[in-house]
Design a protein around this ligand. Sequence first.
Ligand code: 9PG
Length: 476
Amino acid sequence: MRVKVGSLEVALEAEEVKAAPGGLYLKGREVRVYPPFRGEAFFRHGWQSWSLASWVSLSQPPVPLLPPERQPQADDPFLLRASEWWGSGLGALRGPEGRVLLLGALGVGARVLGRPDLLLGRMEGEEGGWFVAWGSEEEVFPAYARLLPRRLLGKPPRVWCSWYAFYTNISEVRLLQVLEEVASYPFEVFQVDDGWQRALGDWEANERFPHGMAYLAERIRAKGLRPGLWLAPFLVTADSPIVHARPEWLLRDREGRPLPAGFNWGKPLLALDAGKEEVLAWVEGLIRKVCSWGYDYLKLDFLYAASLPGAEGEGRYRVAMERIRQAAGDAYLLFCGAPVLASLGLADGLRVGPDVAPYWDNEDRSTWLGDPTGPGLRNALRTTLHRLWLRENVQVDPDVVFFRTRFNLLSPETMRLQEVLARYTGFKATSDPPSWLLPEEEVRLRGFLTEEGGVERLGPYRFRFGEEVLDYAPLL
Ligand code: 9PG
């Protein structure tokens, strides 16, 4: 049938079409929209926090992401294996005068294929509901976001996070020292990242935390800060004690082989099967335990593991995360490495890009291995910039800002790009220990934490902060 989407006449195939605010609703497990123009650029939306979200050229096919062992932690594996451009949940084509034709799913488990003359939406499992819109980028993405689940309670937090200074080399002694240093700064959360646990799946304090995690939480609270803790609740490795005790809890393929979940910390990763009641009860117990230790800000990481093999697992993922949401009560939940659209309405904060790093880009990984998801400021900025329209649904975490010049290869200009983006989303975090900062860097960190707002978006890639105009386009 031929219909008008705003001022654009398109041909489409769907079971049902009706009016929606700012566009049309479509119904169908598979829907097709044929634009009257040839789209050269496709908005490719990656599956989880770290996956690439960006405009891509349809004249060049996607390149394979290497090594294959990393694919499950980089994106929906289906998207990485496809020879054409697919996106997760939504897709868009750029038409004349920079206007955009967007097709977005209104449920979980969806993928969208982009060709110059077609947007094809397909939903795994669910009865399909879709939104289609035509207009400027500034109109169609927020119009879509307004139809998705939302959870926005209070203001985004100001966080000191241990990861980007010490990585896994943390200890009680080291963190208590930093706690003294940050106490005079207006942080709200002191977040202990990866490195405190005995092993994946063994969420007890290791020998570097001799007084246990409840003790550390108490010391954090005594400084007037909220204790925060990192967990990867569904992630395990073959040598995790929980896997020895409960091999039947592993997520497996149809042939019964454990499903690969990526490669990190020098080991192949595996996942617990979030579709099993015993696993959910165990994860609930874990969440209750860390809350009872005094942590009420949880960074829940590698969450894609609960949804593998990809979009097909999103229904299961949502049920599992609802259980965690219940078990966590009022605790702030920051989702990371998380299927993006399936997390809306449950997460308080959501990482919407890859990790930053104290360098711009790891070219070995981004160029030669075709992997845009690795740590690095360029990768982080690019994907985050293409997901800012989620601000209406969740507190958007662009990852930490660097103020230090110590142990840092970033230029002041690129550090500024990250600072202004964090000021724009309001989610303010750093890993810099104040003792690493020069006096002028301390002043900038204080200003960052105390000043609110002040950033105006001039266009998709241009922002104004005071007298400064920042242009992010050269990094794309
Ligand atoms: C702790 C870290 C930090 C960080 C998280 C997450 O693609 N990768 O190889 C990859 C590895 C680690 C990673 C992200 C991507 O980092 O985003 O903030 O908590 O875990 O291990």
